[in-house]
Design a binder for this molecule. Sequence first.
Ligand code: SF4
Ligand code: SF4
Length: 149
Amino acid sequence: MSLCLRCGLCCDGALFGTASVTAEEAARLEGRVALTPDRRNLVQPCRALSGCACTVYEDRPATCRAFKCEVLAALEHGEVTEAEALAEVERALSLRRVIAKSLGMSDERAALREARRRLQADELPDDVRDTVTELNRFALAIQLVRPRR
Ligand code: SF4
Ligand code: SF4
């Protein structure tokens, strides 16, 4: 199974809050994704995400087509094995599970949003704050766009 189908972090709100769309894409995806009021972005967690799969895959916006996280890029460049890439993703997913458990929430994606809100407000106990900070660092690191070679 592909790495992305075990992950979904770039669609489910863990890495991004929105993804830009053109006017044509907004019209094409009307009703299948949630759009910002100005219709220039789709909102994440993306409504088109089912589990870790994109249900509008053939119609997905150019932004989604172009994005490749650092873990996937490293895998495709042969810099890490599939097992190592999967372990990276699993680590992030497990941090989110821990955060949800700490907050007593069953919806892990909502729990991460709430934890980030509380982090900003300095309302998190130390252990949860450290976990959220670690996940935020991971999220930032894998968003890096590496130069073409
Ligand atoms: S591109 Fe990266 S963050 Fe997005 S689903 Fe694939 S492995 Fe996960
Ligand atoms: S349209 Fe598909 S690829 Fe793009 S954010 Fe939504 S689920 Fe992910």
